[in-house]
Ligand binder design. Structure first.
Ligand code: GLY
Length: 419
């Protein structure tokens, strides 16, 4: 009896230690998630207070003097604030967040008819698209279907793409964009896939697929980096220009543009199971995560090619003005969320690589360097994003969509590691 016990004892203790280590490790694994949501709660309480009963001013960023910058209902970021409130509810299950999430979602109702630009997908799918996961209210469904109909109005079968912006001048007034389509537009396609699913009408899905095909053809370079803007001839569908608005130069890779591409092609693959879209998502992801200029903490600079030889900006770049080169935490938040989903569509080493890289990004974002644990501002969770540096607009500031995709990625990571 004693002899038997002695034989088993060391093994017993080894197994116990392993279990303990695993338990500590899995606790530590989700510590950064809990810490991030706990840090977020008082900040969003403050944000809620600034807009109490208003439902007109949508938190967007901070002005250089540290005051809050709001955008109005018709601008592209209105859906992120309600979306954040849905994610707070999803994580905490606290009624308070549900109440605010519903109220802010409902405030966007009139946007279902917005045809002024392509951003209706961002505005309505990040708000109503989240709402409907928790509350299958037929009214929400109708609003999403009408939003998809509005988006279709910007589609031209001649071009095979949804027009992002109305006719405008390019950066530096070099030329005119008659029919500009931007990489970001890939993010609006989820709304169309949803509309086809719930109506049974394939028109929405058909347009989404055509748009993704054209983007694959005209926005992606041989090395799997991406152009931000492609301008088409609306009469013939011919590509006229491949340029940028928010990136460093026309031939550079704007970090958030690449991030939108990874996310957009991953979700398009989810909805179509078309291998071409998966291959594209993989190619864009590999470009991003293997890039020699991606810093060690995996949070990219705002563009991968800032100030490099062979990249000539169409704006007045002063290398001394922005030192050190600003990062874009929003691009990392979007990419981490996309990589987590992409990791579920591939196997073996690739799956591990995408999941581990996303984890590294999330750990960086939830460290003091990026997470607002030091009350750097009273409202936003993440610091150090860049909206539009070439226009000297929103440089190294918090941005509402960085918070949105960060929370989404944390929830995705939690789900992925829950089994
Ligand atoms: N879709 C606009 C941006 O990413 O800045």
């Amino acid at each position: 009896m004693n002899k038997l016990f002695l034989t088993f004892k060391p093994r017993f203790y080894t197994i116990l230690t392993l279990f303990l280590l695993l338990a500590i490790n899995s606790k530590a694994q989700d510590y950064f998630i809990k810490k991030s949501f706990a840090t977020a709660a008082p900040l969003y309480d403050n944000l809620l207070k600034t807009t109490e009963g208003n439902f007109k001013d949508y938190p967007h960023a901070l002005h250089p003097d540290g005051t809050l910058k709001y955008l109005q209902i018709d601008e592209w970021t209105g859906g992120f604030w309600p979306g954040i409130l849905w994610y707070m509810y999803e994580f905490t299950k606290e009624e308070k967040w549900l109440k605010h999430a519903e109220a802010w979602t409902n405030s966007l109702e009139s946007n279902q008819y917005n045809t002024a630009h392509h951003d209706i997908g961002f505005m309505m799918y990040c708000s109503y698209g989240n709402a409907i996961r928790f509350n299958p209210n037929p009214k929400y469904q109708d609003i999403l279907i009408q939003s998809a109909k509005s988006l279709l109005k910007r589609y031209s079968p001649t071009v095979g793409s949804i027009q992002s912006w109305n006719k405008r001048k390019s950066k530096g007034n070099i030329n005119t964009w008659e029919y500009p389509v931007i990489m970001d537009n890939m993010m609006n396609l989820e709304l169309l896939f949803y509309a086809s699913k719930v109506t049974g009408d394939t028109i929405y899905k058909h347009v989404a697929i055509k748009h993704a095909e054209q983007t694959m053809k005209n926005h992606i370079r041989a090395d799997n980096s991406t152009y931000h803007v492609v301008n088409y001839d609306p009469q013939t569908g011919k590509v006229l220009h491949q340029q940028t608005l928010q990136g460093f130069s026309d031939n550079s890779t704007w970090a958030r543009g690449q991030a939108w591409g990874i996310y957009g092609f991953t979700s398009t693959y989810r909805e179509t199971k078309d291998q071409r879209f998966l291959n594209t998502a993989i190619a864009l992801a590999d470009f991003f995560i293997q890039h020699p200029n991606l810093p060690k903490d995996k949070i990219p600079y705002w563009d991968f090619n800032v100030g490099q030889a062979g990249y000539k900006p169409d704006w007045n770049f002063n290398p001394q003005q922005y030192q050190p080169t600003p990062k874009d935490a929003s691009a990392a938040a979007i990419t981490s969320s996309a990589l987590l989903e992409l990791s579920t569509f591939v196997k073996g080493e690739k799956a591990k690589r995408y999941k581990n890289t996303a984890l590294k990004m999330l750990k960086s974002l939830s460290s003091e360097a990026y997470l607002n644990t030091d009350n750097a501002n009273p409202y936003f969770l993440l610091k150090h994003s860049t909206g539009n540096l070439p226009s000297n607009n929103e440089v190294d500031v918090p941005l509402i969509y960085a918070d949105y995709y960060f929370l989404e990625a944390l929830l995705r990571y939690k789900r992925l590691t829950a089994q």
